[in-house]
Design a protein around this ligand. Structure first.
Ligand SMILES: [Zn+2]
Length: 263
């Protein structure tokens, strides 16, 4: 298969989607491009010509683990690859990691702002070691977040530190390694063997600067992501296309690298 893969999207259970989308849109001051449901995401994918999406959940409390895991199992399909969420404050963190692996999931999503932790907190070394050993993909929020004060919880320096400590950890730094922290992205991440995806960078960065970053980063470590519903999938793909990257690099970003990582 060589279809496009969006490595970073969100959807919510039908019963929760309207209120969740309204709340998050207001909190972040950003409009939603889908209605937040799985059906809405699939419609968006069809319109954009995207074959598969990784659907990231975020457990804002440890107790949400089971419900998110269960919902993730119900939406899993040929086109949707759910990444359930683990909470760093979960007393059963390693047990739940094992449960998630046994249920056949290939990745997990975490978010330093919604889960209130420093990405490189030493108390999580054992957990990051276990993730590495299991070969699981870890999608983390990277950089500042439009819904939170600008404290550094998951900034490029912390990302570089955790990747140095766990060089085999399949960590994906969203938002090109650090939303609105672009100088540090260039200083600590660009050129390093660290996975980065394009979401929000396509909207926030001047195209020549983003293009330069992509051309300076290892070709195997770049992925296409949109953070849908917070940007449009079709519009994001058009913005990436407009960067006029070498065709081989464009193909790696939109498809080949994600296929390799998820297989
Ligand atoms: Zn996101």
């Amino acid at each position: 298969m060589s279809g496009y893969i969006d490595i970073h999207t969100h959807a919510f259970p039908d019963a929760l989607a309207p209120a969740t989308i309204a709340h998050l849109a207001e909190e972040g001051g950003i409009p939603a491009w889908t209605d937040g449901t799985v059906a809405g995401l699939l419609t968006s994918m069809d319109e954009a010509g995207i074959e598969k999406s990784v659907v990231c959940s975020i457990a804002t409390k440890p107790a949400q683990f089971a419900a998110i895991l269960k919902w993730s199992q119900t939406i899993r399909s040929e086109r949707l690859i759910p990444f359930p969420s683990l909470h760093p404050g979960d007393e059963q963190l390693l047990v739940h990691l094992r449960e998630l692996i046994d249920a056949g999931f290939t990745g997990v999503k975490m978010h330093s702002y919604y889960q209130n932790y420093h990405l490189d907190d030493p108390s999580l070394y054992e957990f990051h070691g276990a993730l590495t050993e299991a070969g699981l993909v870890l999608v983390i929020h990277a950089g500042f977040d439009f819904a939170f004060a600008r404290t550094r919880l998951a900034d490029p320096r912390r990302i570089a530190a955790i990747c140095r400590r766990f060089p085999k950890l399949k960590l994906i730094a969203t938002h090109m390694g650090g939303w609105e922290d672009w100088d540090d992205v260039e200083k600590y991440l660009v050129g390093q063997p660290i996975y980065m995806e394009t979401s929000l960078a396509l909207d926030s960065l001047a195209p020549p600067r983003l293009r330069k970053m992509l051309l300076s980063h290892p070709v195997d470590y770049q992925l296409f992501g949109t953070d849908s519903p917070w940007t449009g999938q079709k519009e994001s793909l058009a913005k990436l296309t407009a960067l006029d990257l070498p065709p081989k690099l464009f193909a790696r970003i939109t498809s080949a690298n994600a296929h390799a990582l998820l297989s």
